[in-house]
Design a binder for this molecule. Structure first.
Ligand code: AMP
Ligand code: MG
Length: 393
């Protein structure tokens, strides 16, 4: 059995980023930039008005001063107007600032009188003017290779006129669930049977990472079914098998993998829940064997599978970890065991409270949690301690 840190390091060493591709900005939400991106259009791209009002020469304004309105400049094509002292141009938000103007007076601060306005106040140079490049300069780095493309970043890419951008490769994944006792939702349950829920969990987790789930199938604890399912799915980048990775007579995953020539790099990791975890490869296909207990499958996915998939998608190192935050612990906690324990809890208003039964089968408790607290082997934390929690939701 290896430590959790060794397991993660080994997995990340074995998996490689997929080749980059160029993709439409309509399809790259939550992808990772394959190279540094630079601004080619400054923001704003020209000096413009921040208000509906009048473009003026600031030092020709004072309370009671009359200015002649010599034209109108809406947002859109630049009409190339020029303002001199004692003149004004009617402007609207986003309109290019006419030459000669150095400020905008809000329309609320003037009285219109035919072709003139009467200014009600002193005006400072630069007032209500958005200067070219004040937000973003041309050539400035807007995204580093390996950074995640979030909604506001997408908008920024659009503001630069980009249509396609280089991003990391797409990960195709398959899920195989195993177990004689499992029945697909929608079918009647016989005594002793339970509904198969891990493939639903894993599909959702894969989707949250940005991986594409190409297939999900269930196998009984049957050598032939498992062999066939694996053979069919090794065309994908990642296969996740859940259940059957322990040491019972019905746990066939290891032997089937070996019979298919798989290289098994990791089997059993010191982590709670999730000890019977497996990582290996069949040719170029990366295989994860996750425990059947739902909470174990969840925790091992987040700790081992998620970072591997993100790395394949081109994520930088800092993007591989779950987001973390500090929280005040609301109860005393102690990990009596010899393995790090991921406590499932509720993070709310800066406080972390464990929820539900802290056992690997307890799916309801898991469903109520939104964060994980890692307690190292033998570690105890007192109520009110400030702890670092991982946001799992
Ligand atoms: P295993 O890892 O196959 O020994 O299974 C451990 C526990 O997880 C058993 O109680 C199984 O019934 C349960 N389990 C295994 N696979 C699934 C699944 N796909 N959905 C829900 N529960 C499962
Ligand atoms: Mg089983």
């Amino acid at each position: 059995m290896i430590s959790e840190e060794e397991a993660r390091a080994k997995i990340l060493e074995m998996v490689r980023p997929l080749p980059a591709r160029s993709s439409s900005i309509l399809h790259v939400l939550d992808c990772f930039a394959a190279e540094d991106y630079f601004a080619r259009v400054p923001l704003p791209n020209f000096d413009n008005s921040a208000m509906d009002g009048y473009a003026v020469v600031a030092n020709s304004c004072a309370p009671g001063k009359r200015l002649r309105v010599i034209g109108e400049q809406p947002a859109g094509l630049d009409r190339q107007l020029r303002v001199a002292s004692a003149e004004a141009v009617r402007v609207f938000t986003g309109a290019p600032l006419p030459a000669g103007a150095d400020a905008v007076v809000m329309q609320e601060d003037v009285v219109r009188d035919g072709t003139e306005i009467i200014v009600n106040l002193d005006v400072d140079v630069g007032e209500f003017v958005r200067k070219r490049g004040c937000d973003l300069g041309e050539g400035q780095k807007i995204l580093a290779a390996g950074e995640r493309i979030r909604p506001a970043v997408l908008a920024l890419l659009a503001s630069q006129g980009f249509v396609d951008v280089p991003v990391g490769g797409e990960v195709n994944a398959a899920v195989i669930s195993t177990g004689d006792e499992l029945v697909n939702p929608g079918e009647p349950l016989q005594p002793g049977q339970i509904y198969e829920s891990n493939s639903t969990l894993l599909r959702a987790l894969l989707q949250t990472c940005g991986a594409h789930v190409r297939s999900a199938q269930h196998c009984r604890d049957d050598q032939d079914c498992l062999t066939e399912a694996l053979k069919r799915n090794v065309i994908h980048h990642v296969v996740i098998i859940t259940g059957g990775v322990s040491v019972g007579e019905h746990d066939l995953v290891q032997s089937v993998l070996r019979s298919l020539g798989a290289k098994i790099d990791i089997w059993r990791v010191a982590i709670k829940p999730g000890k019977p975890f497996l990582f290996g490869q069949i040719g170029d296909c990366v295989v994860f064997g996750l425990p059947g207990n739902p909470v174990s499958a969840y925790v091992t996915f987040l700790q081992f599978v998620r970072p591997a998939i993100l790395k394949m998608m081109g994520a930088s190192k800092s993007e591989l970890e779950l987001p973390k935050t500090l929280a005040r612990l609301t109860v005393d906690l102690r990990n009596e065991g010899g393995r790090p324990h991921y406590i499932r809890g509720r993070l709310e208003n800066g406080e972390f409270t464990p929820v539900g039964r802290q056992e690997s089968h307890a799916l309801f408790g898991l469903s109520q949690s939104n964060a994980l607290l890692r307690l190292a082997a033998g570690e105890s934390r007192k109520r009110n301690a400030i702890v670092d929690v991982e946001i799992s939701d």
